[in-house]
Design a protein around this ligand. Structure first.
Ligand code: AHG
Ligand code: MN
Ligand code: MN
Length: 334
């Protein structure tokens, strides 16, 4: 790592040190953090450079790629090339696992990432983010396979996201606590602003795309109905609803105000497991939410106990304030 890059990530490096993280894991996370700093500049420049449109290609899930999806994917991959302890990577934008050519023999980590979450927000100048997850593998002197990665999905040793909003924020955990850093754009330095974020156990806010009501499972319908009935219903309190179009912006709100975020299974072809992908959307946000005291479920089962069967597998997602998520889980259990 160059001196310059070290300076950019000083607060993050210090915090990782304080968490007792080994130097190999720090050396894996810091380049991802630097990618977030570079992406901030790319996002700021994109509009005037005419790079906010479609790229003219589709990804493995058949979704239209935006120019910024490709640009941000390339930035993260370029920074990962510096990580000698990362043997492979998985990106939303690439079909197959991505081997990291400079990696040490038996490098133990895999980085799974969504380079740009909320791509449809680009053209409306709304919040977008980068989500990442670090898995630790047991290596045995052979090239890493897709099965190795899927088998290590429950051995997630770090997770985080970078949010490109009015400020660029980094939210990070290595399993002990969740920290928030804000980017000082003048010095290109992430400043620690909160070292132990907690998700409030109660909430009066829910997040779900209600345009799909007709495709919901009965449990989701029953839960949202309770929220909508408000003070005059059995919950005896009024709720408000927010849906940003970028899960990571909705997840970030959970840390600030509490809440429940739901992208459920939909009863329509191709959406039976919802939309969000396990390895680089559900699994990292579940780790962050759980470490902050919240709950992260698919239905009655937890997200983090799930064994994925594909790199881009989708799962239903229910995240947020402990007591509120419990009410929905109870509906699934009865
Ligand atoms: P991505 O831009 O990485 O494909 O992810 C977008 C996802 C997620 O962030 C968001 O919550 C969801 O798509 C919104 O989907 P709907 O348009 O179905 O509401
Ligand atoms: Mn996404
Ligand atoms: Mn994306």
């Amino acid at each position: 790592m160059t001196k310059d890059k070290e300076n950019h990530t000083n607060d993050v490096a210090l915090w990782l040190n304080g968490q007792g993280v080994c130097s190999d894991l720090s050396a894996t996370l810091l380049p991802i953090v630097n990618a977030g700093i570079e992406i901030t500049d790319a996002v700021l420049a994109a509009s005037l450079e005419g790079k906010t449109g479609a790229a003219g290609s589709v990804n493995v899930q058949g979704e239209e790629q935006k120019e910024l999806d490709i640009i941000t994917n390339d930035i993260v991959l370029r920074h990962l090339e510096d990580c000698r302890q990362v043997c492979a990577s998985v990106s939303e934008e690439i079909d197959e696992l991505i081997p990291i050519t400079n990696a040490d023999k038996n490098a133990p980590y895999v980085v799974c990432f969504d380079p740009l979450d909320g791509s449809s927000n680009i053209e409306t100048n709304s919040i977008i983010g980068t989500i990442f997850s670090v898995l630790q593998l047991r290596r045995n002197n052979r090239p890493v396979t897709e099965a190795d990665i899927l088998g290590a999905a429950n051995n997630q040793v770090a997770a985080g996201y970078v949010l490109y909003g009015p400020t660029t924020s980094l939210i990070l955990t290595t399993g002990k606590s969740v920290a928030m850093f804000v980017l000082d754009c003048k010095t290109k330095h992430f400043v620690l602003v909160q070292s132990d974020m907690k998700i409030l156990p109660e909430t009066a806010e829910f997040s779900i795309n209600s345009a799909y009501t007709r495709f919901w499972e009965p449990e989701i319908f029953a839960y949202v109905d309770l929220c909508i009935k408000g003070k005059s219903g059995p919950r005896q309190k009024d709720y408000t609803m927010r849906w940003s179009g970028a899960m990571i912006a909705d997840v970030h709100r959970l840390f600030i105000r509490g809440g429940i975020f739901i992208y459920p299974s939909l009863n329509k072809p191709g959406s039976e497991n919802g939309k969000l992908r396990f390895l680089y959307e559900a699994n990292p946000t579940a780790m962050l939410v759980e470490v902050a005291g919240g709950l992260a479920h698919m239905r009655a089962d937890t997200i983090r106990a799930h064994q994925p069967t594909g790199l881009h597998q989708r799962v239903p997602v229910i995240l947020g304030s402990r007591n509120e998520v419990k009410i929905l889980i109870d509906l699934y259990r009865h």
